[in-house]
Ligand binder design. Structure first.
Ligand SMILES: C[S@@+](CC[C@H](N)C(=O)[O-])C[C@H]1O[C@@H](n2cnc3c(N)ncnc32)[C@H](O)[C@@H]1O
Length: 342
């Protein structure tokens, strides 16, 4: 039945956070010191396109390496995952998943993403490439969903897929909460395949987030256009520069818009003063060694089952299953909010 439904095209469920949430999050982020906004705000239609362009830059190897690893290991990964419905968190253009869909032939594929218009297009394109797989797009903030929506395609067994090292956008405490959240969304009898970027030479890391062509800078600056449009802001993007730098003490890249001058900005009905040189953090990207990530997974009640890496050990794919003897009730509550960098 599922196969014939797929021929009708992808379905989309819209659970996008309301505008009031956006205002609350932005005000809270602007009150932080240093100022820091949730990373998902970077992804409106234009932001998603710019992210795709970043992925093609020579300095940004993560996408190429992870895609190649998924292609090379697709059969093994599919066998280790086993049958079920594949649920991708933060699917973006949903290109990395293709080799997995071919090898796994899941009952259905669900793509969760906050960038609604881009998600719709990604699901349409994916459905054309995989006409017999039922494709369901869910526009949402995956860190805040109480449960996956009731839908016949989302019947157990659920297999989570979280590539791109996107967990690095969350602080380690938030990442534990997020992994618990994924376990709740995937229960029962789930597995999670997650891509983790590893620490490497500082020059390589900093170059990856400061590409010569300027797409990383344009991606961050697009945030100001979005804030102007969605929250009645009057940011002058030309009054901000962009910088990405390695913070060894946190094993992370910090990405920020830097005020070029002393200035005052209106946003969400309030006035905000920026000193010259003051940063507005647009996102972090925490890098984990395989051991550090395995410890994080344990803290969230997941047991690492298997790991695949590229030859240079630049990144890994980790397969996790719920740790025996841990129930969701054991894992909660965790004090950290899982929202990206909130
Ligand atoms: C770094 S991109 C990765 C895209 C793709 N998975 C890949 O590996 O290339 C992050 C994606 O997750 C989405 N995203 C970020 N935070 C999210 C959230 N809290 N809830 C849902 N989607 C989110 C963004 O819109 C974007 O498409």
């Amino acid at each position: 039945m599922a196969g014939s439904l797929a021929l009708a095209g992808p379905q989309l469920i819209d659970l996008h956070p309301p505008a009031a949430d956006l205002r609350r999050l932005v005000v809270a982020g602007m009150e932080r010191q240093p100022r820091q906004l949730p990373a998902w705000l970077l992804y409106d239609d234009r932001g998603s396109q710019l992210f795709d362009a970043i992925c093609q830059q020579p300095e940004y190897g993560l996408t190429r390496t992870e895609t190649a690893l998924l292609q090379q290991r697709a059969a093994e990964l599919a066998q280790a995952l086993g049958p079920g419905v594949l649920v991708e968190f933060g699917a973006g253009s949903a290109r990395k998943v293709s080799p997995l869909l071919e090898a796994l032939q899941p009952d259905a594929y669900a793509a969760l993403d906050i960038s609604t218009g881009h998600l719709r297009q990604a699901c349409r394109a994916l459905q054309q490439r995989h006409p017999t797989t039922p494709v369901l797009g869910i526009s949402c903030d995956y860190s805040q969903l109480q449960q996956l929506p009731a839908h016949p395609w989302l019947e157990p067994r659920r297999l989570g897929f979280y590539p791109g090292s996107s967990i690095g956008n969350f602080s380690p405490e938030e990442a534990v909460t997020l992994l618990q959240q994924f376990r709740r969304l995937l229960e029962p009898n789930s597995r999670l395949l997650i891509g983790i970027d590893q620490p490497k030479a500082v020059e390589r890391l900093e170059a990856a987030y400061n590409d010569q062509a300027g797409y990383s800078a344009a991606f961050a600056l697009n945030l100001l256009h979005r804030l102007n449009r969605d929250l009645e802001g009057d940011f002058r993007p030309e009054a901000f520069g962009y910088k990405a730098w390695w913070q060894a003490e946190h094993s992370r890249i910090a990405m920020a818009l830097i005020s070029r001058e002393s200035q005052t900005v209106t946003l969400a009905g309030r006035r905000w003063a920026f000193a010259a040189g003051e940063p507005l953090i647009s996102e972090y990207s925490v890098k984990y060694t395989p051991d550090a990530f395995a410890q994080l997974a344990h803290r969230a009640g997941w047991r690492p089952l298997q790991r695949w890496s590229d030859a240079a050990e630049d990144l890994s794919l980790h397969l996790l299953e719920p740790a025996a003897g841990t129930s969701l009730a054991d894992l909660e509550p965790d004090s950290a909010q899982p929202h990206n960098d909130r």
